[in-house]
Design a binder for this molecule. Structure first.
Ligand code: HEC
Length: 720
């Protein structure tokens, strides 16, 4: 060999050595990554976390069940937990799989361990209400299940079903109420309590840090990114339509990214400013790599009921698609009341929005050829504003809009890693926001300094929201009212009792049916003398018109009407004098005369958002509803989605009670099964003894439009 050859061989040798070394490094890093994965984080091949993983992917690498064999999917087992919930309090848990057991929670606060092959119970333990309402976690390393409760998170031994007192403070972390699964990593237990986020040491349950959210609530969205050590939360609004919204610090209606170790805020994105419409952000934020102009970036996707989709670059804390043309500034109207409204709001155009908040009544009426329905809807909306975003609330008109149940609903989406898209259901039916006065005399917390009221016992009062917790019987109201000196002699009061009280209530409070009940609306007449509704009492013609669709109206003379109106004036005058009138609001489903949503279907969809471009790949109607005039495609939905490596995704939660499977790439429906009760959380999947299972919570729907009955079943499917 000459020198040149020697050098060549030497160089080759170095190259080979280098390669071996880099392979070693590769092996080492892969190995340590695996180690990290198996020991500190939930095992993704199991389903140790209700959202699939902390990044909220709800995606499984399993593909035994796929588009080719899905027609062979059959029920493997059904578990009935024995408690049928009432009061529309449905089960919202997505179960987890520990490798040995399936773990579920129930509405009556049992945590139950099931045999994954047949659904037979291994153990159950009763915890404090609410138990693991919207999520569970299992960590193999500690052989423990972590469950949120009404007072702190609790660690449960997976084998025995007993509290694991070796962790936390005798098994507990914190004291407050949480609805979501905690996140545990690197010996830290992160908990999203209703209005604070806290970190505890795993072994002692000592508080590492605490972030007080100053009234903003975390009730649906909580995720963690291992790669960047970032915690993501999404928050609610602050007030129930009316109230003070200028606070500092303001964490409401936001996506907030935190440093997992310190709790320091990395960045904060506010969707709605001064929210008076109930536009919470919803669903767990989804962490993912994205490829933009051939560059890989770490990003988080988060969702708002406004329809906005926030896609954030985690390294730069900027919007992923931050060109100016991707944002539309909406100029909004001022309020005539002592309420803070923002003069601008932002509509994000990329990622493409999941909802247009604007409701257009006129173009909807044009699509109807049912004259009676058109007349009815015109009457019901005779005093409404619509066709604009963020219309300020007023006692002089109602607001029509979309968004109170989404766009995206709170169950969020799934990251389909086969097609690089987020698959997420959405809701599209209209709402009416009604504002009115209530009488602060009915408010227990009122501080009545005036001597005039000194003889009332505090227990005599109850506010509209305390209606449920504190029983306010007609007896207590009668007691309060009979003590009101100004009413004893009031002319017209007895006429009111005879002719109006049966509907408008003993205290004139009216009735505003909630989202679980329907659209019954009887206006509050409290303070009515100070609103334009009083015009309906100007004469019998107006009065009769405003009661056009009301059945069972009593006979009334012009003179009686006048007396009642005078009594209202007198009563309202006194309420005003003693500063007892307060603005309040209720939102109601806007339904037509057949109790169907007063908008063009589909009322519910499933959408696929390309994570690299922000564009919607496809959008399909979700479920269907049979009506007297035929089948309507696309209904409301509160369930969720699961995607798998089999190019499949599962979706459930529509009132038709189906579990559906679709081809992820095309959105084409390929399988369906009608459950006994509507699906009530995102389905999950697990692999046990050589077989893949799909597990769905058949808990029923809580909202109007669903079957009245709620269920107590978990239903597992596998290939036949
Ligand atoms: C049988 C039930 C019933 C009775 C009795 C009844 N109301 Fe009503 N009232 C309603 C309903 C329902 C509405 C709402 C109608 C709508 O807008 O859809 C209403 C609406 C009103 C309004 C608001 C009208 C507007 O312009 O928005 C006033 C004011 C009113 N009622 C006063 C009275 C008075 C005063 C009496 C007694 C003389 C009375 N009502 C008796 C059911 C009733």
């Amino acid at each position: 060999m000459d020198v040149m050859q020697k050098t060549y061989v030497y160089i080759k040798l170095i190259e080979v050595l280098n390669k071996i070394f880099s392979i070693k490094v590769l092996i080492f890093t892969t190995f340590s990554f695996l180690l990290l994965n198996s020991e500190t984080f939930p095992k993704e091949e199991y389903w140790n976390f209700s959202n699939g993983n902390f990044e909220a992917h709800k995606f499984s690498k399993l593909k035994e069940i796929n588009t080719g064999n899905i027609s062979n999917l059959k029920i493997a087992w059904t578990h009935k937990n024995g408690f049928t919930p009432k009061n529309k309090n449905n089960s919202q848990i997505t179960p987890i799989f520990t490798g040995k057991s399936v773990i579920i929670s129930t509405v009556n606060d049992n945590l139950i361990s099931l045999d994954p092959s047949n659904g037979e119970e291994k153990w159950r333990i009763k915890l404090k209400n609410p138990t693991a309402k919207r999520g569970l976690l299992y960590l193999e390393q500690y052989k423990s299940i972590f469950a949120s409760t009404g007072s702190g998170v609790i660690a449960i031994d997976e084998t025995t079903g007993q509290i694991n007192k070796n962790l936390g403070k005798e098994g507990y972390f914190g004291e407050s109420k949480s609805l979501l699964s905690p996140i545990v990593y690197k010996e830290k237990v992160l908990v999203a309590f209703l209005n604070k986020v806290e970190s505890f040491s795993l072994k002692e349950g000592k508080r590492n840090w605490s972030l007080n959210l100053n009234g903003a609530r975390v009730w649906s969205g909580f995720s963690y990114d291992k790669k960047t050590n970032t915690v993501a939360i999404v928050t609610s609004n602050l007030v129930h339509l009316w109230g003070k919204t200028d606070i500092n610090p303001d964490y409401t209606n936001s996506l907030i990214l935190l440093n997992g170790d310190t709790g320091d805020i990395k960045c904060k994105f506010k969707d709605v400013h001064h929210d008076h419409w109930d536009f919470d952000m919803v669903g767990s934020p989804i962490f993912t790599d994205v490829n933009i102009s051939n560059q890989i970036k770490r990003a988080v996707y988060a969702f708002s009921k406004t329809g906005n989709v926030l896609a954030i670059n985690i390294d730069t804390c900027k919007f992923l698609f931050d060109k100016k043309e991707n944002f539309k500034i909406l100029k909004t109207d001022k309020s005539n009341y002592n309420q803070t409204y923002s003069s601008e709001q932002t509509k994000i155009l990329l990622p493409e929005p999941l909802l247009d908040q604007k409701y257009d009544l006129d173009s909807f009426l044009e699509t109807l050829n049912d004259k009676e329905n058109i007349e009815y809807l015109k009457f019901r909306t005779r005093n409404s504003k619509f066709n604009k975003e963020f219309i300020p609330l007023s006692l002089e008109y109602d607001v029509l809009m979309y968004g109170l149940h989404g766009g995206p609903s709170w169950y969020g989406g799934t990251l389909d890693l086969v097609n690089n898209q987020i698959i997420i259901p959405s809701n599209h039916y209209p709402w009416v926001l009604r504002s009115y006065y209530y009488d602060r005399l009915l408010n227990k917390v009122v501080n009545l300094n005036d001597k005039f009221f000194s003889f009332f016992s505090k227990d005599d009062y109850a506010s509209p929201f305390q209606k449920k917790s504190k029983k306010i019987t007609s007896e207590t109201i009668k007691t309060v009212y009979s003590k009101l000196p100004y009413l004893i002699d009031a002319k017209g009061r007895s006429l009111y009792e005879m002719k109006c009280q049966s509907c408008h209530g003993i205290n004139r409070k009216g009735k505003y049916a909630g989202e679980t009940e329907g659209d019954t609306y009887i206006p509050s007449l409290i303070g009515v003398s100070f609103t334009n509704k009083i015009k309906s009492l100007d004469n019998l013609e107006n009065f009769n018109y405003s009661h056009s669709y009301v059945k069972g109206m009593p006979n009334l003379s012009e003179d009686e009407l006048k007396k009642i109106k005078n009594y209202f004036n007198e009563h309202d005058g006194i309420l005003k004098k003693y500063n007892l009138l307060r603005e309040w609001g209720s939102w109601q489903l806007f339904l037509d005369k057949d109790k169907l949503p007063a908008s063009t279907p589909p009322w519910g969809k499933i959408n696929a958002i390309d994570i690299n471009t922000g564009k919607i790949n496809w959008s399909i109607p979700f479920g269907s509803r049979k009506t007297s005039s035929g089948k309507i495609l696309g209904d409301k939905n509160f369930g969720g989605v699961l995607s798998t490596a089999g190019n499949l995704f599962f979706a459930t939660g529509t009132p038709d009670k189906f579990l559906y499977a679709y081809d992820s790439k095309s959105g084409e429906k390929i399988w369906e099964y009608q459950l006994p009760f509507a699906g009530s959380s995102s389905p999950m999947t697990y692999y046990y003894e050589g077989e893949q299972y799909i597990l769905v919570n058949s808990g029923g729907g809580k909202f109007f439009g669903y079957d009245e009955n709620l269920g107590d079943q978990m239903i597992a499917f596998k290939l036949n």
